[in-house]
Ligand binder design. Structure first.
Ligand code: ADP
Ligand code: MG
Length: 349
């Protein structure tokens, strides 16, 4: 009764009979009419909304929400247009999707700027999951995560990020989870059991059950500069994570990754010699950051900003002043160290 690929009205359904316009928001791939029951194959819709990067990664065998589409109001939370994630054969995307498929959750460990947030967005986009993002810095309270009453009256409850995620599913990203305050972590513990649930004690003990397609990624930075030493991850959190994936910069110290040089050339449209020098400066800064000698190590994103100014015609030294020198620290002393490094690589002095 309908052509393949055409947008259709669900003939024969009660909704159609009532309104006459029960238009399905989907494309029809196959349509079977059995006892007036219409089966619409929504597979095509999934394929059509897929990122062009989907087939770059070997993840087709891990369907994270088989036969299930997230409702329309959640669609805007699915990231779009995330750039590719470059690695040298570590297959990070595949390993994260695999961990989610088997265990529902995993932890990403690595210094700031190694792409933990980026890859989480990419994974959400590739697998079609709405993303709920929470930064776990010290300002984050359990009101933000769980929910609160706004004004008077019981109807004025607003769900927090974690509660929404439990109800509707998708991917929850707890960024810098080791920075979380103890009282907040305690509140989250039961939720991290994959069959766990949350009791809203503040809201007549409503029980919120974890949606079958509610996945979790936590990230941690073992080199957080704001604190002396590393803050260990809450033990209860640690026990509940089955897979740990370590991230590092592509280039550090003497190790220069050709892949990273190429990414820089591509993203900033600069020549190879300049790209190589920029990566060398970045790699040395990262080495010093990991050794505790600099307060920050530049990400490839930061180095791209520097390269874009050079591409626009700025000389490399003044472009560095406006980007990585200023970015690293406010301290004149630290800035002088970075400046010296830039000069030694670009001017050989
Ligand atoms: N392997 C990578 N491939 C592509 N871009 C990357 C990669 N690693 C980092 N980036 C870029 O570097 C910047 C910092 O990454 P981000 O995800 O914020 O790091 P983190 O969350 O680990 O601190 C972003 O602009 C990101 O796109
Ligand atoms: Mg991040």
């Amino acid at each position: 009764m309908n052509q393949k690929g055409a947008s259709i009205y669900a003939y024969g359904t009660d909704a159609y009979k009532k309104s006459g316009s029960a238009k399905l928001k989907t494309e029809v791939v196959s349509l079977k009419t059995e006892n007036a029951k219409v089966t619409v194959n929504i597979k095509k819709r999934k394929e059509m909304s897929r990122s062009p990067l989907y087939y770059k990664y070997d993840i087709a065998k891990y369907d994270l929400h088989p036969g299930y589409e997230f409702p329309d109001f959640l669609q805007p939370l699915i990231p779009r247009g995330t750039p590719e994630y470059v690695d040298s054969g570590q297959r990070y995307v595949e390993r994260i999707v695999r961990a989610l498929y088997y265990f529902k959750q995993c932890a990403l460990i690595g210094p700031s700027g190694t792409g933990k947030t980026h890859i989480t967005y990419l994974v959400a986009e590739l697998t079609g999951l709405p993303l709920w993002e929470v930064n776990c810095g010290l300002q984050t309270s359990s009101y933000d995560l769980i929910g609160r009453f706004i004004g008077l009256g019981k109807e004025n409850w607003v769900d927090g990020q974690v509660t929404s995620w439990l109800r509707y599913g998708g991917l929850l990203y707890l960024d810098e989870a080791n920075m979380m305050k103890q009282d907040v972590a305690t509140r989250l513990n039961p939720v991290l059991d994959t069959r766990g649930h949350l009791v809203l004690t503040e809201k007549d003990n409503e029980v919120v059950v974890r949606h079958p397609y509610a996945y979790l990624i936590i990230s941690m930075n073992p080199f957080s500069a704001e604190f002396a030493g590393t803050k260990p991850l809450n033990a209860a959190f640690r026990r509940r994570m089955s897979v740990w994936i370590n991230f590092d910069y592509e280039s550090v110290g003497e190790r220069i990754s050709q892949k990273e040089v190429e990414l820089l050339m591509k993203r900033a449209q600069i020549d190879e010699d300049t790209a190589y020098k920029i990566i060398r400066v970045g790699a040395e800064m990262r080495r010093q950051y990991k050794a505790g000698d600099l307060p920050y190590g530049p990400s490839i994103g930061d180095l791209i900003h520097w390269a874009i100014l050079i591409k626009d015609g700025a000389d490399p030294i003044s472009a560095a002043e406006e980007t990585i020198v200023a970015l690293t620290s406010d301290s004149a002393e630290v800035q002088a160290d970075v400046r010296r490094l830039v000069l030694s690589v670009f001017k050989g002095s």
